[in-house]
Design a protein around this ligand. Sequence first.
Ligand SMILES: [Fe+2]
Ligand SMILES: [Fe+2]
Length: 165
Amino acid sequence: MHAKSIEFLNKAIADELSAIHQYMYFHFHCDDQGYDLLAGLFKKTAIQEMMHVEKLAERILFLKGEVEMKVAHAVKKVKEVKEMLKIAAQMEEDSAREYNLWANDCAANADSASKQIFEGLVTDEELHFDQYDTEMENLVKFGDGYLALQSIERSKNISAGRPIE
Ligand SMILES: [Fe+2]
Ligand SMILES: [Fe+2]
């Protein structure tokens, strides 16, 4: 029985559930403001975090633990795009840092399968960080024109009869 691993895996699920809620909140609001590219990115990332929950839960059940399904943080009611990207990038950075530490702790407790799960998640969270960071750079570089372009793109898609994601 790897009690410590089960504790880390449940903490990770709490982080992932918070990320899902936060990114879906950002998704709704980007969609509402007409920013399809960012709305799509937040939705796609939320779905990937849901798959992380599945992986973590499967491991907990294999270890004969209980999946707690607690949420780590309340959703931040932020509607401004730059602030959204800042929060999202920070969440990814925090998760990657924690998962690295927990991978090491699992290895120290002779649980290399949990260690490998955390290492796999680190790779995904670093990629998520990079995507949010790139969008932030675009926003800084191109200013409001970058957001305006997304709204124009939506109008073009609607008038061309293309489906909006
Ligand atoms: Fe994740
Ligand atoms: Fe992530």
